[in-house]
Write a protein that binds this ligand. Structure first.
Ligand code: URA
Length: 216
């Protein structure tokens, strides 16, 4: 795992398997089918790190040999919240890892002129005692990520119960999110170089939603 001195809450999950799979995703020649499959696999691998601090308790069980106090997850449950639509591709990988997690949906699209998020759907599970993992593959301007966390706060989920997970981030976007939510933990596979004039991440991987669903 790597850190960047500018962003104290940013965890860069630069595991070799993740970076190898991400390079295939970045390649413009990669098919929709492969892109979708890799996004799901990387989300699962990232989920393994993101859930590292889930609290454990013990429960008495009988192995075939003897009784033992076995570690099991404490009551804290997980909710996965994809930001539509590209977040859906990452949510699938997290669900492979945590099949009983609740799933909320936040619908947002980027206004092509203002580059600001337009919010159109909000369907979230009960926040009580839950860790929320908000997912969107591209943390670009940071406006939709910050708006998603605002919506979770309004729903009763404090920043310390939220993890934001993206595949690729631009420094400009991480700065926006960090300024709006300084305590929020952000997990990415790569911190890329910059945003271009169209607010795409450079080098990035293009439009994640279009590549995931085969649209243009
Ligand atoms: N959204 C994307 O899908 N790609 C980018 O590079 C930026 C925002």
């Amino acid at each position: 795992m790597a850190f960047d001195p500018r962003f104290p809450k940013l965890h860069i999950l630069d595991h070799p398997l993740i970076l190898h799979k991400l390079s295939h995703m970045r390649n413009a020649e990669t098919s929709t089918k492969t892109f979708r499959h890799l996004l799901r696999e990387i989300a699962l691998l990232m989920g393994y790190e993101i859930t590292r601090e889930l609290p454990l308790t013990t429960e008495t069980i009988e192995t075939p040999i003897c009784a033992m106090e076995a570690p099991v997850l404490e009551g804290k449950k997980v909710a996965i919240v994809p930001i539509l639509r590209a977040g859906l591709g990452m949510a699938d990988g997290l669900l492979d890892l945590m099949p009983s997690a609740r799933v909320g949906h936040l619908g947002m699209y980027r206004d092509p002129v203002t580059k600001r998020p337009v919010h159109y759907l909000n369907k979230l599970p009960d926040p009580t005692g839950r860790i929320f993992i908000a997912v969107d593959p591209m943390l670009a301007t940071g406006y939709s990520a910050a708006a998603a966390v605002d919506l979770l706060n309004e729903h009763g989920v404090p920043d310390e119960s939220i993890r934001f997970m993206a595949l690729v981030a631009a420094p400009e976007g991480v700065q926006v999110v960090q300024d709006a939510h300084p305590g929020l933990q952000i997990f990415v596979a790569s911190l890329d170089e910059k945003l271009n004039e169209k607010a795409y991440i450079v080098p990035g991987l293009g439009d994640a939603g279009d590549r995931l669903f085969g649209t243009r």
